[in-house]
Design a protein around this ligand. Structure first.
Ligand code: 0O2
Length: 201
């Protein structure tokens, strides 16, 4: 079903994910070999489903076609990097920015500037020069980097977004906001404790 919308471009979308995953894998292994801390807990990836892409194009009042999906929407290919601590998130951002061939198209720090609903995450969209048999294809990928706690919250909030006719929605939204603030405080406290354990404070 997905192939019918993305057609031959599925190779590029899966290719860009594989390319970034491979680069991250090498850095992580290199850090471990050199007794440096691996800032990443785990990584997930996905090609946005045809249904979700069409819904997003519609929501943004854009024409529903492949060209627009690949150029005007930045998250047809997406990677999510989950870290234990807030400092790790920024270490990963620095790590990614060291790839000189990746062009930053968009960057949003929803950790320093959380969304009004409480959403926290660091987003970067890169344009990656994907080399396929000597032919370079510029392909966009959205990378979301966040803590385990932020990810836990975002998964539940995302579930609510896609459910219709939820009872007590107003109360749930308020509760989620309260939890987001509690989680943010816990993330900061965990970081502070870790710094103390490691003699940084
Ligand atoms: P899905 O179903 O996860 O793919 P913009 O063009 O900047 O106005 P855009 O392109 O949506 O908006 O960019 P943004 O804000 O960086 O969001 C991109 C993705 O981040 C979203 O994709 C979500 O995955 C995630 N995200 C952003 N805001 C929220 C939020 O409030 N809650 C949760 N749970 N996730 C969020 P999609 O396509 O909206 O959704």
């Amino acid at each position: 079903m997905q192939n019918s919308f993305y057609k031959d471009s599925i190779v590029l979308l899966e290719g860009v994910i594989a390319e970034i995953m491979a680069r991250l894998d090498i850095i992580r292994k290199y850090k471990i070999v050199h007794n440096d801390r691996d800032p990443i807990e785990y990584i997930t990836s996905r090609v946005k489903t045809e249904e979700s892409m069409k819904e997003k194009l519609k929501r943004k009042k854009l024409p529903i076609n492949l060209e627009t999906a690949l150029t005007k929407i930045y998250d047809a290919a997406g990677i999510r990097i989950i870290c234990a601590y807030i400092d790790d998130v920024y270490t990963v951002v620095k790590m990614l920015k060291k790839f000189k061939d990746l062009k930053i198209l968009k960057e949003k720090d929803y950790i320093k500037n959380p969304k009004s609903n409480g959403y926290r995450s660091y987003h970067i969209v890169f344009q990656v020069p994907l080399d396929i048999a000597g032919e370079v294809h510029p392909v966009n990928i959205e990378i979301q980097i966040r803590t385990i706690a932020m990810d836990f919250w975002a998964s539940l909030e995302h579930e609510m977004k896609y459910k219709k006719n939820i009872k007590n929605q107003k109360m749930i939204v308020e509760e989620l906001k309260r939890c987001a603030n509690e989680i943010a405080t816990t993330d900061i406290n965990m970081q502070a404790i870790r710094n103390m354990i490691n003699g940084k404070e």
